[in-house]
Design a protein around this ligand. Sequence first.
Ligand SMILES: [Fe+2]
Length: 374
Amino acid sequence: MSATGIVSIMNENPALQLVIDETSVQPLSNDDFDPKKHIDFVPPTKVHNMSDLKLPEGTGVSAFAVSEPFQLFTEEAVARMRAEIFSKAVLENCRYSSNLAQCQLRGFAAKYAPFVYDVWKNPETLAIISKIAGVELVTEMDFEIAHINISVKSEKQKAEELEASVDKKMTEDDEGIAGCPWEDDKPIVDWHTDSYPFVCVTMLSDCRGMIGGETALRTGDGGIVKVRGPERGHAVVLQGRYIEHQALRALGTTERITMVTSFRPKSHTVKDDTVLTTVRPISNLSELYYQFSEYRLEILEERIREKLKALRETERSGRKMNTKDLKAFLHEQEMFLAHMNKEMVDDALVTKGSIDDSHLFSGFAKRSKRKRIE
Ligand SMILES: [Fe+2]
């Protein structure tokens, strides 16, 4: 997208252009990310475990399910992140549209947003998220650092929506967790699981006066638990790969910008169920496949190195080969590679901007098909 890209955003959505203009005039410092200055962490008042949601033991990679919203960033950090997100380079080069969302910004952090990148790569940030999640985490891939969902309405639209909501039940909508985007005008995404094991959703807008915006989670006995949406500078962590969820539509705000960063377990000994279902059509496919292959092959490299060392030690110590154990290892790695190969759909078969509904029905929670919301 060239300079005309900015013009086209303005034509499509004057309210969004207003947000971009306001963000760009804020006087900001340009010092590096410093956790002492930019993180203001207050632990969540409560975290819900898988057992709280009545999900079977062993669901997911840790017992943790979802946190209540918690304070994570200072106002200065939020302003700095907003300024980078709404920079010309990001808007011109990293904007994606799909059948589910008109405007998302993706894959920009490593190239154009050093502050945002450092926020999510910093050991202190990772320690906070890992502690909440109950397992040591790293960012899923650079491409999935700070996926941005943008919903901006005019005051008139806001008022009309509020009025309409009085007469009818609030329509449910997706929350825009990476790869499961939302678009307020077209509620499409039903109950789903995410592509990535964990997400941290950070609110970058002022949500005072907002109605709705909670995340609804399906419990193991078919019930629903709701977690309220975060305020500006606050975040929610969710093990979204394993829990069916959807977000309830948010009304009463003109601007709702969320930043979604995805995580996976750091250890090569922990399973990695990452899929790319929801993200292939809204990604630079070459970058996505490279980063997915890189970390998956690194996991395999570690596993093989460890197994080889153990085999050599067995031989040197004169012990007998454990064929059963080795065959189990080989089978596990065959599955690991087959999974990877399946996720890397041939480039020619990926339609840009077109997300099918294969993510809507979880392979983990084998429940009957549910109707899409139209
Ligand atoms: Fe989601």
